[in-house]
Design a protein around this ligand. Structure first.
Ligand SMILES: [Zn+2]
Length: 351
């Protein structure tokens, strides 16, 4: 009886201690879990301010901070370096505001352009010129940059067909030839005309804004087959990121690269423009079966005020049905997602 009483007392104490643990303890309470780092007290992982426009670096140089800024734009910050993926910031008044403009982007070491359509490269030249960053893109992309106000010495052309490893302080980048999305025209035409019936027509000012932005990208048909580059970014400690800015089919180049490296820690991948969830899911499944990411972060899912955002919830559910261990993360414009890069697949698997 005495033993039972002692046990009961111990249980009572344990419950009392358990109840007094503050909510900020180990609970995954979304109000307290700040971007994956609990109680970090790190503005570099909490503030919705890009480092490229003057925000704080994460306190620990091994922390990777990722911020999405609409369409396929991301800012990656690691080891004191700022990498911009795509450069389409001045989207005009037809779009929800990003909270900053191209003119505010003053700090970047590297700009990787996935492909040369206007909604991926229209601010690459001006931001590259202002920051002095190296700007990397496919031949059709850098041809366009050659007509714009940026020093050609700052521009690097890559084909993604191998042998082009780019090395930077703390990380390296492998360009891999991808393929642009090719959504079925019957589906996109039907949706586009349905949306048009309800859309507010652009004012003449807005039409002018759009025309000026369109001038700063290319619509060359080569973009689809030889102008879309996926970038495999590997940090010095082995943490891997795959970036793909268009929701197209996986190429043999991507398959070969992934057979070589196995898996990535984070995949930043554009959602296909096929509108129907059955089709966007099908494409996303091909991406995750190839990249085998630990964490999937979608891109290119927002839209102008007249368009439809590409739904991420049905996509996330399908990815989790396929792989219950996958982590899916989607945040608002500029909100940071931070990773402790020392914890990575390559290190765990010793490869
Ligand atoms: Zn495109």
């Amino acid at each position: 009886m005495k033993t039972f009483f002692q046990f009961y007392l111990a249980w009572l104490i344990a419950v009392a201690i358990g109840c007094s643990v503050p909510a900020t303890g180990q609970l995954a309470d979304p109000r307290f879990v700040r971007q994956g780092i609990v109680q970090a007290d790190d503005p570099g992982c909490e503030a919705s301010v890009l480092v490229s426009i003057g925000g704080a670096f994460p306190k620990d140089p091994r922390t990777l901070a990722i911020r999405w800024t609409g369409y396929s734009n991301f800012e990656l910050v690691f080891n004191g370096q700022v990498i911009l993926l795509d450069a389409y910031f001045d989207r005009a008044s037809m779009f929800p505001p990003l909270g900053f403009g191209a003119v505010d982007v003053k700090r970047a070491n590297l700009i990787l352009i996935g492909h040369g359509h206007l909604d991926h490269m229209s601010d690459a030249a001006s931001v590259g010129a202002r920051t002095g960053a190296l700007v990397v893109g496919a031949p059709v992309t850098t041809e366009k940059l050659g007509t714009q106000a940026i020093d050609p010495k700052q521009v690097r052309t890559v084909t993604g067909r191998g042998g082009e490893l780019l090395e930077f302080p703390g990380f390296k980048v492998e360009p891999i030839l991808g393929r642009h999305g090719e959504p079925p025209k019957d589906v996109t035409d039907a949706f586009d005309s349905a949306l048009k019936a309800f859309a507010r027509a652009p004012t003449s000012e807005q039409a002018k804004e759009r025309a000026a932005i369109r001038e700063r990208g290319t619509s060359d048909p080569r973009v689809v087959t030889e102008g879309t580059i996926a970038y495999l970014i590997t940090l010095d400690n082995g943490f891997r990121i795959m970036y793909r800015d268009s929701g197209g089919r996986v190429t043999d180049y991507e398959k070969a690269a992934m057979e070589r490296v196995g898996r990535v820690d984070v995949a930043l991948v554009a959602v296909s423009a096929s509108f129907l969830n059955t089709l966007t899911v099908q494409q996303a499944l091909e991406h995750i079966r190839t990249y085998k990411p630990n964490v999937y972060i979608p891109a290119h899912h927002d839209a102008d005020y007249n368009g439809l955002w590409r739904a991420t919830e049905p996509l996330f559910q399908a990815l989790k049905d396929e792989n219950p261990n996958i982590v899916t993360v989607s945040r608002g414009y500029r909100e940071p997602i931070c990773f402790d890069t020392e914890n990575n697949i390559q290190r765990r698997q010793g490869r």
